[in-house]
Each structure stands twice: as C-alpha cells, then as structure tokens.
Design a protein. Structure first.
Length: 191
C-alpha cells in the first residue's frame, strides 16, 4: 500500500486534486478537514467543540485528528493506498503518522508539495469565498490567520520530510488539468 501526502497552503488546490487523484489511482482520500466538517454537520459533541476552533482558523488538537486518521486506516480494507489531504499539519502529527504506519508495516512514500504564488493564493481564496458555504472561507481575517498558522506550524513539516528524502515540490500554477498531470506523474512512479 502506498501512502502519499498532498501538501500546500490554504488555497493551493489540495482538495480539488486529491479527489481526482484518489479516483485515478484507486486511493482512499483522507481529508481531516472533511472529517471535521462531517462531525459538525452531524451535530456530534466533538463537532460542537471543534467548530469554534475551526471558525477562527486555528488548528484543532493533534490527538483529535490523529485518532480520526487511525480509525480510518483501520476501517479501510483492500485499498491500494491512502492519500492524505490537510493532514499532517504539525510535526507532531507527522511523527504520529509515521509511528502509525510503521506499526502497520507501511511508511510515508511521498510528500507532494503544491507551490503557488502568494498573489494567486489570495485570488483563489477570494474566489472560493464567493461560492463556499464554509464559514472559515468568508472572513479575510480568518483566511489570513490560516495562512499564518500554515507558515508557523505546518510548513516546518517540509524540512522534516526533506531530511527523509520524500519531499517532492510540484508546480501548482496553471489549470486544474495541468497540475493533475504533474501530480499523477509522481504518483505513477510509486507503483
Ligand atoms: P484548507 O485546506 O482550506 O486550509 P481544511 O478543510 O483542510 O482547510 O481544514 C479546515 C480547518 O479544519 C482548519 O483550518 C483547521 O481548523 C481544521 N483542521 C483540518 N485538518 C486539521 C489537522 N490535521 N490538524 C488540525 N486542525 C485541522
């Protein structure tokens, strides 16, 4: 089984690309953002607790998302592998994922990092704000905080993965299809 991380700042296109890649390569798409939003939509106790954190653009506690991912990995049978979108978001989450995979005789095979110019990110997020029903996409201050949180807490994972030889930058500019072709090229190599 292969384990691939799709990485990049808010607005870099991880979600869009992950859905397409999961289908093409028969991978299970694991998006902690989607899982958390499902908890909120279902009105669970956890969802209620997490929604105020998410609406500020802050990260939910590591142990919450780590438990969600572990449960999904163990309940998925017969997958060709997993595509992680929006997880890990801290170095602690990365270490926990490595440990989890290790215990199951797997590893992180590749970290594909979408690189997008700052101006383009702001443009895409503003466009998404118009269409989105996500409260964290509506407020400019919250969007800016999410970019800050990314720089401070999430970006350090790049160095961590670079040292492990799994870091792969990918040009995230251009059409959805162009970017899909570039990402596909790297996943194909892992087979
Ligand atoms: P985007 O990719 O647009 O930044 P996501 O849908 O991945 O957003 O996540 C939305 C929000 O959910 C985040 O801002 C954060 O509050 C929470 N969240 C999602 N994944 C994680 C995670 N791995 N660790 C902590 N918080 C998370």
């Amino acid at each position: 089984m292969i384990n691939v991380l799709i990485f990049g700042p808010p607005g870099s296109g991880k979600g869009t690309q992950s859905v397409k890649l999961a289908e093409k390569f028969n991978l299970t798409h694991l998006s902690t953002g989607d899982m958390l939003r499902a908890e909120i939509a279902a009105g669970t106790k956890l969802g209620k607790k997490m929604s105020s954190i998410m609406s500020k653009g802050e990260l939910v506690p590591d142990e919450v998302v780590i438990a969600m991912i572990a449960a999904k990995i163990d309940s998925t049978k017969d997958a060709r592998g997993f595509l992680y979108d929006g997880f890990p978001r801290t170095v602690a989450q990365t270490r926990a994922l490595e440990r989890m995979l290790n215990e199951r005789r797997m590893k992180i095979d590749s970290m594909l990092v979408l690189e997008v110019d700052h101006d383009e990110l702001v443009k895409r997020l503003a466009g998404r704000a118009e269409l989105s029903d996500r409260p964290d996409d509506k407020d400019t201050e919250v969007i800016e905080n999410r970019i800050e949180v990314y720089k401070e807490k999430t970006e350090p994972i790049i160095n961590y993965c670079r040292k492990r030889g799994i870091y792969q930058p990918v040009d995230g500019m251009g059409t959805v299809e162009d970017i899909f072709v570039r990402l596909s090229y790297h996943i194909k190599k892992l087979k």
